[in-house]
Design a protein around this ligand. Structure first.
Ligand SMILES: C[S@@+](CC[C@H](N)C(=O)[O-])C[C@H]1O[C@@H](n2cnc3c(N)ncnc32)[C@H](O)[C@@H]1O
Length: 492
């Protein structure tokens, strides 16, 4: 029965990827020089008040000083960097109103494909995927003693808890999950892209890349992009904004429109585009500024991109990948119908616990299962109306088949985990898990709950098969051949 169509684990998203590493600090020898350089301006530092905070690492103080020298921050800036549970973060220096601008960063500091194009490696990067060109740019700037972004790059983390940085042993904790297959897919993707760019760009341009770039370096850059780039600005799909990227995420924030591109003063005598960040929350002095990174990301997306997940089940999800097999007798017709209705040979359906099934999932399932005495619906005369027929049950056999196949797929996915839901819940209750282990268990719990939920939905549907109305009855009704009570009307 399952041969009718296949249910695959979610496909690796080609979007996320990363890896940690330690790049030796090539700038150590400059430090004493820089320190004396900055000491001369202690008065400005104390106005900006972070030099007096012993918790703040020297690199962050130097970064702050640089922002001050460049006119990006001043004594009026209502936030400063702080050490918070999420690593570095932005802390209010005075009470801040909801919607108030907390920082503005001129375009000349943004790191994006435009910055790459305008740089020495612009020509080399022409035609590369935007993220790859920005990754190369970041790595090159990281190695340069005279980089404009040096003080910013110095405060970037070596890694996050993203699953792409996990060891084999840590990954074993997510065995059977979609997150594992996505993570492995992403790692393979990054490795392949690295091999290509190493051969075609890095090794052929030793003058511009005179330092070794390893796969780990490339993963580092990739991870920085996945966890820090802003993507929803006007005209900007991939942009790193130094300073603004210190802002952490909180699920308390339920809107996403905090970042704006505005035109404004960007120095003493110049105007430029500014990245402007507004606080979505009212804050008291000393409280942390938070934003919402992405309302649509699942827990697995968050784990992969940012290396953390929220508590609570609202991001728990399972992606069903359905596919019209080429071996299907009606492959061509089904593909045509799917494509005419905005779907394809494969279709992905993200299912969440508290949400109804995606609206096109049942029609697509019914299409996949269509055959036998229902196959007449695939004939070309039905082509304009077929989708509306698929939006409601087609026949008992068709509906029964989809119920059984989906339940079977859920059970098989549930059997792929090393632990049961009960065992996972006990582990969480007992506590004492490392950050990554806890994340792994929560991901397993989330996926299993969604799978059990889907199984239940289709089990209930299967129990209602006798009460559903199918195509033939609807057709008879349309023709006036069935009465109000469902009785067939005969004529003398
Ligand atoms: C845009 S950066 C924010 C600045 C970052 N905290 C730092 O130290 O540089 C995003 C990263 O911050 C951390 N982060 C942000 N929000 C978090 C949260 N609510 N819980 C745990 N970590 C968080 C994660 O490591 C994430 O990859």
């Amino acid at each position: 029965m399952t041969a009718l169509f296949s249910l695959l684990p979610s496909s690796p998203s080609s979007s996320s990827l990363v890896f940690p590493h330690k790049i030796p600090n090539q700038f150590q020898f400059l430090k004493s020089k820089l320190n004396s350089h900055f000491k001369k301006r202690v008065s400005i530092s104390s106005v900006l008040s972070i030099a007096t905070d012993p918790q703040i690492p020297e690199s962050v103080q130097t970064f702050w000083q640089w922002l001050s020298d460049e006119g990006v921050v001043s004594s009026k800036t209502p936030v400063r960097p702080g050490i918070v549970p999420e690593g570095l973060g932005l802390v209010a220096t005075r009470d801040i109103n909801k919607g108030e601008v907390v920082l503005e960063v001129p375009k000349r500091f943004w790191i994006n494909p435009d910055a790459v194009a305008a740089s020495e490696i612009g020509n080399l990067c022409f035609g590369l995927k935007p993220w790859i060109s920005v990754a190369l740019f970041l790595l090159r700037e990281k190695s340069r003693e005279d980089s404009k972004w040096k003080y910013y790059i110095d405060i970037l983390p070596e890694s996050t808890d993203s699953t792409i940085y996990w060891s084999e042993e840590e990954l074993a904790e997510i065995q059977g999950t979609q997150l594992l297959s996505t993570t492995l897919g992403v790692k393979e993707y990054v490795e392949n892209e690295f091999q290509k760019v190493e051969e075609e760009v890095i090794l052929r341009n030793k003058k511009l890349f005179p330092f070794p770039i390893t796969l780990d370096d490339f993963f580092w850059a990739f991870g920085i992009l996945r966890s820090r780039a802003f993507s929803r600005l006007r005209n900007q799909n991939l942009v790193i904004i130094p300073f603004a990227d210190l802002v952490n995420h909180s699920d308390i924030v339920t809107t996403e429109d905090h970042a704006h591109e505005v035109k404004g003063p960007a120095g003493l005598f110049s105007w430029d585009y500014l990245f402007s960040l507004r606080s979505p929350l009212t804050l008291k002095a000393g409280e942390q500024v938070f934003i919402q990174y992405d309302l649509n990301k699942s827990s697995a997306d968050m784990a992969l991109d940012y290396g953390f997940i929220e508590s609570g089940a609202k991001r728990d999800a399972f992606t069903f990948t359905l596919e019209i097999p080429e071996s299907d007798d009606f492959y061509g017709d089904k593909l045509d119908i799917a494509e005419t209705n905005g779907l394809g040979e494969s279709a992905y359906f993200d299912i969440k616990l508290d949400r109804p099934l995606p609206p096109t999932m049942l029609p697509y399932l019914r299409l996949l299962a269509l055959g036998g005495t229902d196959a007449f619906l695939l004939e070309s005369i039905f082509r304009n109306t077929i989708w509306s027929h698929l939006e409601v049950p087609v026949s008992r056999a068709n509906e029964e088949l989809i119920c059984q196949v989906v339940q079977k797929a859920c059970r098989s996915a549930l059997n792929g985990y090393r632990t049961t839901l009960e065992e996972d819940e006990k582990l969480l209750e007992e506590g004492n898990l490392s950050t990554r282990h806890e994340m792994a268990v929560k991901i397993r719990v989330g996926e299993k709950k969604v799978l059990q939920h889907i199984e239940k939905v289709f089990k209930e549907r299967e129990s209602e098969l006798d009460t559903l109305e199918y195509y033939q009855e609807r057709r008879l009704k349309d023709l006036g051949l069935v009465g109000e009570q469902g009785e067939i009307i005969f004529w003398e």
